[in-house]
Design a protein around this ligand. Structure first.
Ligand code: DSN
Length: 448
């Protein structure tokens, strides 16, 4: 027994040293990525940092198991342990979201959406969703995605003046279009989404409602943003954005047991979802990712996690306020979530999203350029940038650091020499000075 224990310990310990011994090149790249993360400011709104425990579960032997099907009904032998892993992840996901049903198998958030669409809709059925160029997502029916090729997709829009969702206009459009499915949730929207109103609209025309809360799911879990779980028929999220492993999850609230007919077959809503997951869209689930999801959902129940979600918003508001004070055009005048959208074209004549992103990155500040709603620029040039506060908040930065970040951003965007829509120059000594200031700031807030 002692020997068994010893060998199992030896096996599990030193995963990185095994990498170092057998593949120096990958080990060095992993180390380089750690150093990049540690020495530059990560302000990508779609990113977060998972815990070491999540990383450990991801790098575990559970990844070796083939287990098509669901716990208790697999196509393979030897699944008793991974069945327990998956049951635990499901129970914790349900607890985290206050849901009646959870499916932890989707490989990603887009995959979770595809599962819903294929479970519910037949080819050519109508979807109403926020346009990609308005802040929506590829998997919500964009023409360049399979979701836009197989279904008949109409888009709703944000208001041209306020850049806010106008629920009366969406209601009118829903009456005209009569979609079978309405999708809400966004990648570029910094204000609270009214899921109750979306459900009322869906209900009034007999449509189903899918809420993709990938960007805000951590906030939803903590109660820092209203939850869609009992309003939407289906709620999906990627699991890395709220701070877990890469992957997706589908949860359902009060409608989970609704009996519906799809393709002539009547069963409960969640049963359609499971069939569409396997064998519909996926084969073996990634059991290591499911183990890591279990770890992550346990973490979300902690006071530290919950408090952090409120602090993410507090930091975002502070950063938005500081940038506004420095003359930046913060879209909608602020934020209710983790995301800040800036129209950089309104800050300086000729400044574009791509120049802002690249010049900031050269100075150690990592952001995304984005096309804002009604943006006339192309997607590769764009007028905006999107910032997010989950990573800096995880690293324990607060109000004072948000003010410093705002000043650093302002200094770079003022200093960069614009030489075309994508061309620019940045003074070398200014760049090095700024990189050093960023590095110093980051060194006070190490990754844990
Ligand atoms: N990649 C995410 C984002 O940037 O918003 C969407 O999946």
């Amino acid at each position: 027994m002692f020997l068994e224990k010893l060998s199992s310990q030896a096996y599990h310990e030193g995963i990185l040293s095994a990498l170092k011994d057998t593949d120096r090149e990958v080990y060095e790249l992993v180390t380089k990525e750690y150093e990049r993360l540690q020495s530059t400011l990560q302000l990508i709104a779609a990113e977060n940092l998972c815990s070491r425990a999540v990383l450990a579960a991801l790098g575990s032997v559970v990844q070796n198991k083939t287990a098509e099907g669901f716990p208790g009904v697999r196509l393979h032998g030897g699944c008793e342990v991974v069945d327990d892993v998956e049951r635990l992840a499901v129970a914790r996901a349900k607890e985290a979201f206050g849901a009646r049903y959870a499916n932890v198998q989707p490989h990603c958030g887009s995959g979770a959406n595809q599962i819903i669409l294929t479970a519910l809709l037949e080819r050519g059925d109508k979807i109403l969703s926020l346009g990609l160029d308005q802040g929506g997502h590829f998997s919500h029916g964009s023409r360049v995605s399979f979701t836009g090729k197989f279904f008949d997709v109409e888009n709703y829009y944000v208001d041209k003046e306020t850049f806010l969702l106008d629920y009366d206009v969406i209601r009118e459009q829903a009456f005209k279009v009569k979609p079978k499915l309405i999708i809400c949730g966004a990648s570029v929207y910094s204000r609270t989404i009214d899921f109750k109103k979306f459900r009322e609209i869906a209900e009034s025309i007999g449509a189903y409602l899918l809420a993709d809360i990938s960007h805000i799911s951590g906030l939803v879990i903590a109660g820092a943003h209203p939850s869609p779980v009992d309003y939407a028929h289906f709620t999906t999220t990627s699991t890395y954005k709220p701070g877990g492993p890469r992957g997706g999850v589908i949860v359902m609230g009060k409608d989970a047991d609704l009996q519906i007919k799809v393709g002539g077959k009547e069963s409960r809503l969640w049963e359609h979802i499971e069939k569409a997951t396997f064998p519909g869209m996926q084969g073996t689930p990634y059991l290591n990712s499911i183990a890591a999801k279990a770890v992550f959902f346990k973490e979300t129940l902690s006071e530290e996690y919950k408090a952090r979600q409120f602090k993410i918003i507090k930091n975002a508001k502070r950063l938005a306020g500081a940038l506004t004070d420095l003359g930046m055009d913060v879209v909608t005048g602020g934020t209710d979530n983790h995301m800040i959208l800036i129209n950089v074209a309104n800050f300086r004549e000729g400044l574009t999203g791509v120049i802002a992103q690249k010049s900031l990155e050269q100075c150690g500040i990592v952001v995304d350029m984005i096309k804002l709603p009604y943006d006339k620029g192309s997607a590769t040039v764009a007028s905006g940038i999107r910032l997010g506060t989950p990573v800096v908040t995880k690293n324990r930065m607060g109000a004072e650091e948000m003010d410093s970040i705002a000043s650093l951003i302002e200094a770079v965007l003022k200093k960069v020499k614009i030489a075309g829509s994508s061309e620019y120059r940045i003074d070398e000594s200014f760049r090095e000075q700024t990189r050093d200031r960023v590095k110093q700031l980051c060194s006070r807030f190490p990754m844990r």
